[in-house]
Structure formats: C-alpha cells, structure tokens
Design a protein around this ligand. Sequence first.
Ligand code: 5AD
Length: 434
Amino acid sequence: MCYSIPGRVVEVAGRTAVVDYFGERRNVLNELRNVNPGDYVYAQGGFVVQVMPEEEAKDVLELWREAFFKLQRLDEETVKNAGVEKVSEGFSRIIGKAKAGGLEREDILQLLDTTNPKELSFLYSSANRVRHESLKNSCCVHGIIEFSNHCGNNCLYCGIREGNSTLPRYRMSVEEIVEAAAEAVNVHGFRALVLQSGEDDWYTPEILAQIIRGIKERCGVLLFMSVGTRDLDCYREMYEAGARGVLLRFETSNPRLYSKMHAGSKSTLKDRIKTIEYAVKLGFVVATGSLIGLPGQTKEDIANDILLTKSLKAEMYSFGPFIPSPQTPLADAPAPEVDTVLKALAVSRLADPQAKILVTTALEALGGDCRRRGLLTGGNSLMVNLTPLSHRRYYSIYPGHSNSSDTEDQIKETLKLLYSLGRAPTDLGVKANA
Ligand code: 5AD
C-alpha cells in the first residue's frame, strides 16, 4: 500500500487550489507548481509538492479506495465509542465554548488545572472529537533528518549543548544530506521532510540554500528547515531556495524562564519570536511551540504558550515534554507527568481546531503507548526519524530520542498505529484563513 494518498484538483482560485481526497476537500497553495483542475497531485503541509501522471494516480487511488473509507469509518467509531464521562456543568460548558470557537485564557487555565480523571477523560475525548469534526481522519507524517549535532548554544536542558564535551559530534555533507532526502522521498515515499540541526554556523545561508536546491532538483517534497535562531536573511535565502516550512519552537513564552534556560545564549526570546514572525511573513508554513515541564514553568506559562502559538499563526503546534538529559545542568530535574503534556495537546486542539498538532517523539519517550494517546487527544501529526543510523545516536538531545529502527520498520510501525486508529496519511491542507 502506498504511503501517502494523491488527490485530485477540483478548483483553482489564485494561489489556492482545492484538492479532493475521496470527497474530503482541502485547500492547498499551488505556488510551487502550477496546477489545473483535473490534475492529480501530492500535497503536503498545504503545498502541492508533486503533480502525478493521471494513470499512475488512478492506480494508487484504486488501491486506497476501499481502505480509505474503512479507515474513516473506524475513526468515526473510535470517536463515537469513547465513553462520555459525567463531569461538572462548568467543565462541560468550557468544552462547549471551545467547540463554538470561543476559548478564553481563563478557560484554558481551568482545563489545564484539572487532575480529576473523569474531567481528563472528557477533555481528551472532546479534543479527539474536535479533531475529527475539523479535519476528519487525515494525519500527516513527516520524516526528519538531523544533519548536524554541532551547536553554538548552551540551552540548559539540551543534550547537544555546546558545553557537553563528552558527545562525539558529526556534520553531514551537502551530498550526504541531499542523498538521504532523495532516498526518503523517492524510495520511501515521504512528501514532507524536516531538516534539523543544532545552531551550527558551519552551514552558512549559501550552504543551506545549496542543500535545499539540491534536494528540490532530485524530488518533489515540502522541506521544513529547523536550524534555530539564524539571521533573518538566512531565512529569506532558505525560502528563495525553495524551502516552505520552518520548525522553530519558542521553547517557553515566559521571558524570565527563557533567559534562565538559555543563560549565555546569543539570542533572546524576543529574537526567537521575531524570527518566527519573519518566517510566517515570508510565507513559510510554521511549526512552533514549547517544552512542557521545564523546571519553574507554571500552568499560566503553558496557557500563554498555547495562546502565543495561536497568535503566531502556527500551522503546526509542537509541544513536547522536557526530558532530563545527562551531561546537562538539568540532568536531575524531573520530567513532567504524561497528563501534563496530553492536557497541553488537548487544550491546543480545543483552542485551534484547524491546527496540525504534532505528537512528538519526546512524548513517546515518556511511555510506550504515548504516541497512541497523543493521537487520541487531538494530535494528528507524527514524525519518523530518518537520520542515518551511524549518526542518529549522537543526536542525543534527550535520552530515548533516537530509536534505532530502520526506516522501513518505522514506517510499518507508524502505519500500523495509524490504521489501528482509522487515520489516513492524507494532506491536511492549509487553515481556512491562510
Ligand atoms: N527534552 C525534550 N526536548 C528537548 N529539546 C532539547 N532538549 C530537550 C530535552 N531535554 C527540544 C527543544 C528543541 C528541539 C529540537 O528539541 O525544544 O527545540
């Protein structure tokens, strides 16, 4: 079975095209390739990344037809069958407000505050329902290639911080990165890739642009760049070279906590936010968010993180737990409870029904079934680690980050999980307001 599903363009208006997946319609941007009604395309992250020959697309769709509807029914049943807990009127009223699109800061705080198992279960199943009602069973699966673990920063929480002198460092060459990306797309069928590294100035804007161009010459793919706080011009060059996504967390919306966690850093929270805003302005699809459970973080901070992500017009929310990493100043700090993270995902979904919400690898590190739980708590995006195995274990931002399965096994495992929940790897399009 094919990994992602092609769609048929049914309408084009200016920059926006409407793509149909067996009756499910999504808005996508068609600036990367010009497309016309009737064309069959692969879209990712709301961008057309590949136009396909009609015959080939029809063959793939034929394989998917039955499975697609089966998956949709399974998702519907999963949502319907989730037990509805009896909760207080106040709590249920807040969820009702969320569904009507009117969640306020006070409501968010109240939802984040609950530890009552019935309320938690109600919150999670409501978030899953809102996900289903807004975006049906679509799920995006991105591959991530971590191309360098050199970092000029000393974030207190991060295992690849400059000050960790025990870590062997690696840098992939331009050719190696292009080759890994082309293989991910042309052999494994990924249509969206994240290229991530520490803040490594060895990769000048010119070199990053060379990598992006090299990949775009070899394959149709949506490229997300995740290279940290770099000059605004670097982001412009990456956009001009053809990258269309940026993954850059602000890490925490609390300026005091940010300064504490990034003591000695070259950049401030303001710089970070300015970079994210600039990326949005350039036209990048932006994934951002924070670390949940940083020592000293409060519920108010998490509420502000969610609201900041929304106000930054993020297409994708990336919230993951802080996991204490050896060889860092926070090695002995505790990781957060799983529920603290799941609550952040669920509230994000209620606060922004149309968003893509990532279930991060770090959440998985908190427990075996956390990936599944994240998908049932409003999540609808996953990542698969495609960093070459010889390097992967050195990208040790936290323990348990790097699973050692090869690409085929990870894809199989991911698809098995998605299918067991009735999710299909179709594109989610762009938000209606894009
Ligand atoms: N636990 C969880 N996530 C971490 N990151 C860095 N260190 C840790 C840790 N100890 C995350 C940061 C960064 C991303 C690439 O990895 O949020 O943005």
